[in-house]
Structures are given as structure tokens and as C-alpha cells.
Design a protein around this ligand. Structure first.
Ligand SMILES: NC(=O)c1ccc[n+]([C@@H]2O[C@H](COP(=O)([O-])OP(=O)(O)OC[C@H]3O[C@@H](n4cnc5c(N)ncnc54)[C@H](O)[C@@H]3O)[C@@H](O)[C@H]2O)c1
Length: 412
């Protein structure tokens, strides 16, 4: 990976995480929806009939950080997966920390993620799962890599333009330590994306032509709660992974250029850009050039009520996997390669629930553990794909702020 610091250093404004902002209704629907969007999507899709096969008799010793609004620390099945042992947990909020301990059965707790990382050797930790607030991911991931831990991080890998300078640092930390980094992009193990990846990787879709992805999540009058208010006024394309992931997690290509349209919103979070990001946009629609010579349209829409989704479709020179009459279908069925494919998600170990966001959570954890335990195993959302997915959205927002100016995206 050849990234220069110069390419990525954009400004030196203080990290957003340090700025206290408002908290609001956790459902983000002005109090109407009972559950945060995505958490009701526990259907993992049709699962392969091939029984699960154990792949190692070893348990990876894991520490988990963060049990915030989304309870994400405990939602990724580390406590039930046969190849993991949750050794320690942490959350700055003692009540949340206690809850995370209760839910995972960890014997030890720490008052902060930093403390847990610094004690990793004494606890014989091998890996950490970072489910803290989005602005803290990159900093904590770099620290954990420097302490010799494998890292799985909630999305996004990098948060906003002020963190672009951390891109070469995280690449360097991973290289120096030889440890794995993975981003838990839930799109990767949604049934549609899993199927598209299998079809694409087998060559049955042909060359990539065009992908559409969209993440609709209505912000509501009250916004969505978050630690230190990082979601207040959040530029939509800073949270681009659930749309961009349909391209990157299918093809493992990258975005090379972007022009993006920002649509202003009168919702309180965005009105008059009165937020720490100076962001007036409740929705942003990006048009990307892709590294394979194709194109992608990726929409992140907070400003439209009554419709929520994380969806995408990939079109290739031999066929399309796309939504038609409410269901996904593949238009290249006559293609010989397709006939040989199993496009269903594999079984998980017995007793491991798939989790939410299209039944993706435990599959991500399983992929991470395989990365650690099986030599040569290629994780779907490794560091390169994590950065390719995330950095493009940061440039998309920058383009929107410049009235759609076309920007080149640095390559990892
Ligand atoms: N589909 C998805 O992939 C998806 C869905 C929801 C949330 N997420 C991601 O999951 C993460 C968690 O979301 P959330 O809504 O629960 O976040 P949040 O902001 O509500 O909570 C973050 C938690 O991390 C804790 N924390 C912060 N810094 C810490 C530190 N240094 N040490 C220990 N604890 C620390 C805070 O006390 C807080 O409880 C976010 O990054 C979010 O982007 C992803």
C-alpha cells in the first residue's frame, strides 16, 4: 500500500470527538420508531445446507470496547463463538461497562479502552473489537495495532476530513505490527452482497459496469443519540460505508474520482449548518468513477421520512444482481459459471446467532477469527477495503461542500 502522508494531510482541526453536543432520541424518528433502523433486520437470508465445519480448536483471547446507544459491543457474538474468549471489556460509562460484562461474561473490566490496550500483554489479549463512538475508532485502532493486537473496528474506519492524516498512520501501524485490521461493515454479509460477491468473484458477472448503493435513514426532528454528540449534524457521506460497501465488498475495487450533490435539510441537526461540522446537508448523492473503469452512484439520505434501507445492486458485463419486483434476481443465469455457484451464506457454528443488519454481525466476527486462525484466509473487509470504502465518502462530502467539484480520491 503506497500512501504518502502528504496526500492525506488535510488541515489540523481538533478531533470532533472532543466537542460536546446534544443528545437526542435513540430511534431517530422523532420518537415514532421503536427500534433503531437495521436492528430489526435479523433475517440472515437463506442459509446453505452444508453443515458448519470447525476450523480450529483454539480460542482467540479478545477484549471489547463500547456498549453505547447501539449496544454494539455485545452484538457481535464474541461471547458465543467457539473460537473466541471474551477476556476483558470496557466502556467509559461504568453502567454500560457493567452491562457489557454481564452480556459477554468477561472476567475483567477496564475504565477505558486505552487502559485495556496497555494491559493487553498481562491479559494475554490477542485481539480487540472496537465498538466505541465513530470519531475514536482510528486512534484506538492505531494504538491497539502498536500494542500488537489484531483489530476489528465498527464503521467507519476513518472519520471525516480532519482524520485523513491518520490513514498513512494506520497503514504503517498494521504493516509494522504484522497484525490484522478489519472493519465490521455489515453490508459485506447481507445476503444480497454475499451473493453478489460470490457471483462476481467467480467471474459470472463479468467486468464491473455500474453499481448503485443507498443508505436511507431518517434523522427526525430530534436526531440520533451518540457519545459526545458525534451524530449531531453528521455529514451523510462521512457515514458512507453502508452504501459504498455494495461496490467495495462485492468487487474489492476502489473509487478514484467523485462529484457529489448535497441536499440541504431544515431538520434541526442540519439547519443553517449550525453544527460542529458546518454541514448544511441532510442528504448527499455521490457519483464515483471506479478503479475498474466503471461507475457508481452512492446515496446517503438522512432527510427523507418513511423509508429506510441499506440496499445495493451491481451490474456487470455478463449480468446483474438487482432488485426486481421486490426480490433480488440474477440476469445472467444462462451463464455456465453461475450454475456451479453456491450463493447462500454458510452456516454459523451451532448456537451462534447471526445478529442484526441482515444477519451480518456474527459472519463478520467469524471472518475476523478465521483471519487470525487460518493462515492465508482473506477477510472480506481488510484494511485496504476498509479505507477504500471510507475515504471515498470523505472526499464525496468535500465535493458537495464545493458545489459538486470533481475531486480525485487518493488510493490505498
Ligand atoms: N450497521 C452498522 O455497521 C452500525 C450500526 C450502528 C452503529 N454502528 C457503529 O457502532 C459504533 C457504536 O455505535 P453507538 O451508537 O453505540 O455509539 P455511541 O456513540 O452511542 O457510544 C459509544 C460508546 O463508546 C464508549 N467509549 C468512547 N470512548 C471510549 C474509550 N476510550 N474507552 C471505552 N469506552 C469508550 C462511550 O462511553 C459510549 O458508551 C459506532 O462507531 C457506530 O458508527 C455501526
Amino acid at each position: 500500500m503506497g500512501i504518502s502522508r502528504k496526500n492525506f494531510f488535510i488541515g489540523s482541526v481538533a478531533a470532533v470527538a472532543t466537542i460536546g453536543l446534544k443528545a437526542a432520541d435513540s430511534a431517530g424518528t422523532g420518537g415514532k420508531r421503536k427500534m433503531m433502523q437495521g436492528f430489526d433486520e435479523t433475517d440472515a437470508g437463506k442459509i446453505s445446507k452444508v453443515p458448519w465445519k470447525p476450523f480450529s480448536d483454539r480460542k482467540v483471547r479478545v477484549g471489547i470496547a463500547g456498549e453505547g446507544v447501539c449496544n454494539f459491543g455485545s452484538a457481535f457474538a464474541y461471547q458465543t463463538h467457539p473460537n473466541a474468549e471474551v477476556v476483558a471489556v470496557t466502556d467509559l460509562n461504568p453502567a454500560k461497562c457493567a452491562l457489557l460484562q454481564e452480556r459477554t461474561g468477561a472476567k475483567k473490566t477496564y475504565s477505558s479502552c486505552e487502559e485495556m490496550i496497555k494491559n493487553a500483554a498481562a491479559d494475554r489479549l490477542e485481539a480487540i473489537y472496537i465498538a466505541t463512538d465513530a470519531p475514536s475508532h482510528a486512534r484506538l485502532a492505531i494504538l491497539a495495532l502498536e500494542y500488537g493486537l489484531h483489530v476489528a473496528s465498527a464503521v467507519p474506519a476513518i472519520f471525516g476530513k480532519d482524520q485523513l492524516e491518520l490513514v498513512p498512520k494506520i497503514v504503517e501501524a498494521a504493516k509494522k505490527s504484522g497484525r490484522l485490521y478489519m472493519m465490521n461493515e455489515t453490508t459485506a454479509f447481507r445476503p444480497q452482497c454475499f451473493a453478489m460477491r460470490r457471483i462476481f468473484e467467480a467471474g459470472a458477472m463479468g467486468a464491473h459496469v455500474y453499481t448503485e448503493g443507498e443508505y436511507f435513514h431518517y434523522w427526525g426532528e430530534k436526531g440520533i443519540s451518540s457519545y459526545n454528540g458525534w451524530r449531531h449534524g453528521l455529514p451523510p457521506q462521512y457515514y458512507c460505508t453502508h452504501s459504498n460497501g455494495f461496490y467495495t465488498c462485492t468487487t474489492h475495487g476502489s473509487f478514484t474520482e467523485v462529484t457529489c450533490i448535497g441536499i440541504k435539510s431544515d431538520l434541526p441537526d442540519f439547519k443553517d449548518a449550525a453544527n460542529v461540522y458546518g454541514n448544511p446537508y441532510g442528504s448527499e448523492v455521490a457519483l464515483f468513477k471506479t478503479s475498474d473503469g466503471g461507475a457508481a452512484r452512492m446515496a446517503v439520505v438522512w432527510g427523507v421520512p418513511g423509508y429506510g434501507c441499506e440496499m445495493g445492486r451491481v451490474h456487470g458485463s455478463k449480468g446483474s444482481y438487482a432488485a426486481k419486483t421486490g426480490a433480488y434476481w440474477y440476469s445472467g443465469r444462462e451463464n455456465e459459471l453461475f450454475a456451479k455457484l453456491d450463493i447462500l451464506k454458510p452456516q454459523l457454528p451451532p448456537g451462534v446467532p447471526a445478529g442484526q443488519h441482515g444477519g451480518s454481525h456474527a459472519y463478520l466476527t467469524d471472518d475476523f477469527l478465521r483471519g487470525i486462525l487460518i493462515p492465508g484466509h482473506k477477510m472480506c473487509v481488510d484494511l485496504k477495503t476498509a479505507l477504500d470504502t471510507t475515504v471515498a465518502g470523505i472526499f464525496a462530502h468535500m465535493s458537495a461542500m464545493k458545489d459538486g467539484e470533481t475531486l480525485k480520491i487518493p488510493q490505498v
